[in-house]
Write a protein that binds this ligand. Structure first.
Ligand SMILES: [Zn+2]
Length: 249
């Protein structure tokens, strides 16, 4: 029904992701990787630990005024698809101190944009490089590129914020049974003093993962309020990057 619903569909690891084994030492064994919260890749031994980025050292390092994030874009993309990814990166250059730079052999950490199974990303910087999957059919939209990049920069889904219960109510009986419930689990997050934001590109839609067409998330202030149609980062999303990475210092 909506871009984000597509983006956030549960993605299970398949044999195609076993290609990971060739690229990075930390992920040599694909059984160690799981997808949680719909589109977040984690190593299994860190499943229980989704700490704020600042506490885990998964922030990308700042060098002078800028935070340089090396990237590689898979040659599997067409020029048009590549331009959508580049446009997503460019939007960070325009509003934050994040600067995506082409990977060179000195860079140990980098984002490898690849068309794998679904749209997903690790949260925060990983050692030895990390995949960010934007599947050719279904993930190449400006907002989706921004969403997955925000994960890679260290951000969680908005409705998983530590203070989310003040603003939303999760309606468990409307969630597809099985593993989907875990997509709505609350996390210990560093909210950086920014308000809860229904217009964040990181917020699930009201009906995502619904089994019966009824809302899976209600806004406490107004049960009829609808959201989840964001096509790009909100001003809060931008603020948070600038705060986490101290762009204004
Ligand atoms: Zn996500």
């Amino acid at each position: 029904k909506d871009l984000l619903a597509l983006v956030l569909r549960e993605t299970l690891l398949t044999s195609s992701q076993q290609e990971l084994s060739g690229l990075r030492t930390t992920e040599r064994n694909p059984e160690r990787i799981s997808i949680v919260h719909g589109d977040i890749a984690v190593l299994n031994d860190s499943l229980k630990n989704a700490d704020p980025c600042t506490a885990k050292g998964c922030k990308w390092p700042k060098s002078g005024k800028y935070v340089y994030v090396p990237y590689i874009i898979s040659s599997a993309y067409s020029q048009e698809q590549r331009n959508i990814i580049l446009g997503g990166m460019e939007s960070f250059h325009l509003s934050t101190c994040i600067r995506f730079v082409p990977w060179n052999s000195d860079d140990c950490s980098y984002i490898y944009f690849e068309s794998k199974d679904g749209c997903w990303s690790f949260v925060g910087r990983q050692d030895n490089g990390q995949y960010l999957s934007l599947q050719k059919n279904g993930c190449l939209y400006h907002g989706t590129v921004q969403h997955e990049i925000l994960h890679a920069l260290g951000f969680h889904h908005e409705q998983c914020r530590s203070d989310r219960d003040k603003y939303v109510c999760i309606n468990k009986k409307n969630i597809e049974p099985g593993q989907f419930a875990r997509n709505f689990k609350k996390e210990q997050t560093n909210n950086l003093g920014t308000p809860y934001d229904f217009y964040s590109i990181m917020h699930y839609g009201k009906y995502d993962f619904s089994i019966n067409g009824q809302p899976t998330i209600f806004a406490r202030a107004d049960p009829y309020f609808d959201w989840g149609h964001a096509k790009h980062m909100s001003s809060n999303d931008i603020n948070r990057i600038n705060k986490l990475y101290e762009c204004c210092k």
